[in-house]
Write a protein that binds this ligand. Structure first.
Ligand SMILES: *Cc1c(COP(=O)(O)O)cnc(C)c1O
Length: 385
């Protein structure tokens, strides 16, 4: 799509770098997810942390998704953007008193609680506010998501959730907390997961925990299986929309539940990653003995994923070019850090100062992680309908 000349003409007038959001693709992706979920009576909360750009949130809210938040400010943002309080969940291992009070004030659907101590704190604060807090208990299922270790969250060694060994105690604390109402169980095993067997294993564990609680007389209304569905970073044009059918089908087939029990999901990346690209201009080219460098005007300050977890993003030239004149470049940014590199040995047409590139699949965990390190400009963005 970035090969056509019209888009180059449009972009040439804009100051780079900037995020380019394809709202048409976003809409089609959301529709596909919603259709596949509705069919099975599944509920999807969008994980705001993947991208909380206003227009993107507007579109997501208008399509009827709930909101999954990981800070008090995200809860407030979701409210401000029109998400219903009864559609908002709040997760995270380190919720401050202030953040908890914000969420209590708005009467959100549920806190996803990550430790016994947190249960006690929410109980106390809810008591002071004179309200009952709805909570889901986040259980660490000890599943290897087979993804990068920085984005694996469901292993015993990770900081997330209540470990197995503490469940008995958590259950008794819950019974003793008069201001808490347990609505469900929560799980989230990691991110960028493409192997459906991981989700199948998750279902097996979830069934076990649900039975464990039910055997002790605790009814579980909501089973929240988190997010984590991955996208195709290698081939964004061939696979712009993730296979939501296959994803939801795994849960439909393997999660044991009755007609009254609800299944909730918290998708982030899968909904927004492909609709965003980071557009940047070549500032300089440089050739060593073995290496060719493209020095571009975007850096880790605009898109941190490659520097933070060696993430791969497809990089392509914008506009038309002659095939057959390719060269392998290390594509690097201007920031004074060696990790400020978008890709090594990237095959691109021979480039010169002023050429434009698109760093694809940057709609999730891109703009939201931007920083002003090196006193860089505030990150810019444009939308295409
Ligand atoms: C980050 C996060 C998500 C979203 O993860 P994706 O991989 O973007 O789908 C969902 N739930 C929780 C608790 C999270 O921390």
């Amino acid at each position: 799509m970035f090969r056509n000349k019209t888009i180059l003409d449009q972009f040439s007038a804009l100051e780079t770098p900037f995020y380019y959001y394809d709202l048409d693709l976003l809409g089609r992706t959301l529709d596909a997810a919603k259709r596949a979920a509705d069919k099975r009576n599944f509920h999807v909360h969008y994980a705001l942390k993947a991208n909380y750009n206003d227009r993107i949130l507007e579109v997501i809210q208008s399509k009827g998704f709930g909101a999954d938040c990981v800070s008090g400010n995200e809860v407030q943002k979701a409210i401000d953007m029109g998400f219903g309080a009864d559609q908002i969940t709040f997760a995270g291992v380190g919720k401050s008193d202030k953040e908890i009070n914000t969420a209590l004030h708005h009467g959100i659907f549920a806190f996803n609680v990550e430790s016994i101590q947190e249960l006690e704190v929410i109980n106390t604060l809810a008591g002071q506010a004179g309200v009952t807090a709805q909570v889901s208990l986040r259980i660490n299922p000890n599943i290897d998501a087979n993804t990068h270790h920085y984005i694996t969250t469901g292993l015993d060694e990770n900081k997330f959730g209540v470990p197995n060994s503490e469940l008995e105690k958590a259950a008794s604390v819950l019974r003793a907390c008069a201001n808490l109402n347990l609505v469900g169980l929560h799980f989230h095993v990691g991110s960028q997961i493409l192997d459906m067997n991981v989700f199948k294993s998750l279902c097996v564990k979830v069934n076990e925990w649900k039975t464990w609680f039910e055997d002790r007389g605790t009814y579980i209304k909501v089973i929240n299986v988190g997010g984590g569905l991955g996208v195709d970073y290698k081939a964004p044009d061939e696979n712009p929309i993730p296979d939501f059918e296959a994803y939801f089908d795994v849960f439909d087939r393997f999660l044991e539940r009755n007609a009254q029990q609800e299944v909730h999901f918290e998708l982030g990346r899968a909904l927004v990653a492909q609709c965003g690209s980071l557009v940047s201009k070549v500032l300089y080219t440089k050739s060593g003995i073995k290496k060719h460098f493209l020095i571009v005007d975007a850096g880790m300050t605009e898109l941190m994923r490659p520097a933070l977890y060696q993430a791969y993003h497809k990089i392509e030239r914008i506009g038309e070019y002659q095939k057959g004149t390719m060269l392998n470049y290390d594509v690097v940014g201007p920031i004074c850090e060696s990790s400020d590199c978008f890709g090594k040995e990237v095959e691109l047409p021979i480039s010169k100062r002023g050429d434009m590139i698109a760093i694809r699949t940057a709609g999730a965990y891109g703009e939201v992680m931007a920083s002003r390190y090196n006193l860089r400009e505030e990150v810019r963005y444009v939308y295409a309908q």
